[in-house]
Ligand binder design. Structure first.
Ligand SMILES: Cc1ncc(C[n+]2csc(CCOP(=O)(O)OP(=O)(O)O)c2C)c(N)n1
Ligand SMILES: [Mg+2]
Length: 362
C-alpha cells in the first residue's frame, strides 16, 4: 500500500510524473488507458477555462465573488474520476473538477456566486452536499455521513476536502477523530495550496507536513503531489479501496500551489514574491499532463478550437444563470424567524432602499 511506502514522518512525497511529464515511478503508475488520460486533461482544461471566465465575469460586475481553482485542477479532476455516482461528495469551495464530475452544472455554480439559492439545488448531482464556505464545518457532516453508511451497511464512500488553513480548525480534529474511531469510510483531502488567504502554511502549523496529522488519529496518511494527476488518481484508488473494505478513513495531503488569488477579493502580490510565483508555475498540473500526453503522442485535437468550443458553452451557461428568475428579497429574510428581529428588519429596509437606488440608475 502506497500509504505505507510514503510515510508522512519521513516527509516523502508520492509522485508519478515529474515537471517534464516524464514517468519517474512506473511501478506505481495507475492503470489508466490513453483515452481516459486525454479525457482527464480535457476536464482540467475545461475547469481552467471556466475559472478564467468566472474571474472575468466577476470583474465585469456580473457576479459577486469567485474562488478560482487555477493550479489545483489535477486534484479534483482525479477525485472526479474515482468517485462513483453513489459515493458522497462533501465539498468546501475549491474542487470544481469533482463537482462537475458529480453532475453539477456551471450554471448552478454561477447562480451560487450571484447569491441565488437555486445555485445550491444541484439537480443532476447525486449524493452531494452544498458548498461550504465556513471553513471546516462540513468535515463533520462528512464524518456523520460516513457513520451512517456503516450503520446502514451501504457500499458508499465519502469524499471531502479542505485547505491547509482548514487543518487548524477544531472541526478538522473532531471530524478526523470521530471518523477514525467509528471507521467511517471517508477520504479527507487537504488541498495544501500553501496559503490560507495571505497566511503561508509555515505560519499555519509546526508539523513537518499536513499528512502527518493522520498519526494523531491512528489512520493512514499520505503526502501526494497534488499537481500530478496520476499520483492523485493512484492515491484515490487506494484510499477508496481501503475505505470500502471497512478499514475506515484516510487523510491525503495534496501538495499544490494556488496560482491565482484566494478569491476575486484578494491580491496576492501584497504577500508573495514574483520569484515564488515563477517557481510555482513550473509545477503547473496542466502543463505537466500535456507534456506527458505529447511525449506519448496521444493528442489528436486542435487545442485552440477546443478552447473556443469550451468558451462558447461556458458563456451559454453564464447567460442562463444571468437570465434566471431573480430571487425575491423576502427569500433572504423569510424562513428563519416567525417575527423578524429589529436588526434584520433594519437590514431589509436598507436593502430595499439600495435596490431602489440601483433601479434609479438604470
Ligand atoms: C470558520 C471560518 N473562519 C474564517 C473564514 C474566512 N476564510 C475564508 S477562506 C479562509 C482561508 C482558507 O484557507 P485554506 O483552508 O487553506 O483554503 P484555501 O482558500 O487556500 O483553498 C478563511 C480564513 C471562514 N470562511 N470560515
Ligand atoms: Mg490554502
Amino acid at each position: 500500500m502506497i500509504f505505507k511506502d510514503f510515510d508522512p514522518k519521513e516527509d516523502k512525497i508520492f509522485r508519478i510524473i515529474d515537471n517534464e511529464g516524464v514517468v519517474i515511478n512506473n511501478e506505481l503508475m495507475p492503470d489508466i488507458d490513453d483515452e481516459t488520460v486525454v479525457k482527464a486533461y480535457k476536464a482540467m482544461l475545461y475547469a481552467r477555462t471556466a475559472d478564467e471566465m468566472a474571474v472575468s465575469y466577476q470583474r465585469q460586475g456580473r457576479m459577486y465573488t469567485y474562488p478560482p481553482n487555477i493550479g489545483q485542477e489535477a486534484i479534483s479532476v482525479a477525485a472526479g474520476m474515482i468517485i462513483r455516482e453513489k459515493d458522497w461528495l462533501v465539498p468546501a469551495f475549491r474542487e470544481l473538477g469533482a463537482w462537475l464530475a458529480k453532475g453539477v452544472s456551471l450554471k448552478e455554480i454561477f447562480l451560487y456566486y450571484m447569491g441565488n439559492e437555486e445555485g445550491s439545488n444541484f439537480k443532476n448531482a447525486n449524493h452531494m452536499l452544498p458548498f461550504s464556505v465556513p471553513i471546516g464545518t462540513h468535515l463533520l457532516h462528512a464524518a456523520g455521513i460516513g457513520y451512517s453508511i456503516n450503520y446502514h451497511k451501504k457500499d458508499e464512500v465519502v469524499f471531502t476536502f479542505t485547505g491547509d488553513g482548514g487543518t487548524s480548525e477544531g472541526d478538522f480534529a473532531e471530524a478526523l477523530n470521530f471518523a477514525a474511531v467509528w471507521k467511517a469510510p471517508v477520504i479527507f483531502t487537504v488541498q495544501n495550496n500553501q496559503y490560507a488567504i495571505s497566511v503561508p502554511v509555515r505560519n499555519q502549523t509546526k508539523s513537518i507536513n499536513l499528512a502527518i496529522k493522520s498519526y494523531a488519529y491512528g489512520i493512514p496518511g499520505i503526502k501526494a503531489d497534488g499537481n500530478d494527476f496520476f499520483a492523485m488518481c493512484a492515491a484515490y484508488k487506494q484510499a477508496a479501496g481501503y475505505a470500502k473494505a471497512g478499514n475506515g478513513p484516510v487523510l491525503i495531503e495534496a501538495f499544490t500551489y494556488r496560482k491565482g488569488a484566494h478569491t476575486t477579493s484578494d491580491d496576492p502580490s501584497k504577500y508573495r514574491s514574483k520569484d515564488e510565483e515563477i517557481e510555482g508555475e513550473k509545477t503547473d498540473p496542466l502543463k505537466r499532463m500535456k507534456k506527458f500526453i505529447d511525449n506519448k503522442g496521444i493528442w489528436k485535437e486542435d487545442e485552440e478550437k477546443l478552447l473556443e468550443e469550451f468558451r462558447i458553452e461556458i458563456d451559454q451557461q453564464f447567460s442562463e444563470a444571468e437570465n434566471f428568475t431573480p430571487y425575491r428579497l423576502e427569500d433572504v429574510f423569510q424562513y428563519t424567524y416567525v417575527d423578524l428581529p429589529d436588526d434584520l428588519k433594519k437590514q431589509k429596509s436598507e436593502y430595499e432602499q439600495f435596490l431602489k437606488w440601483k433601479e434609479s440608475r438604470k
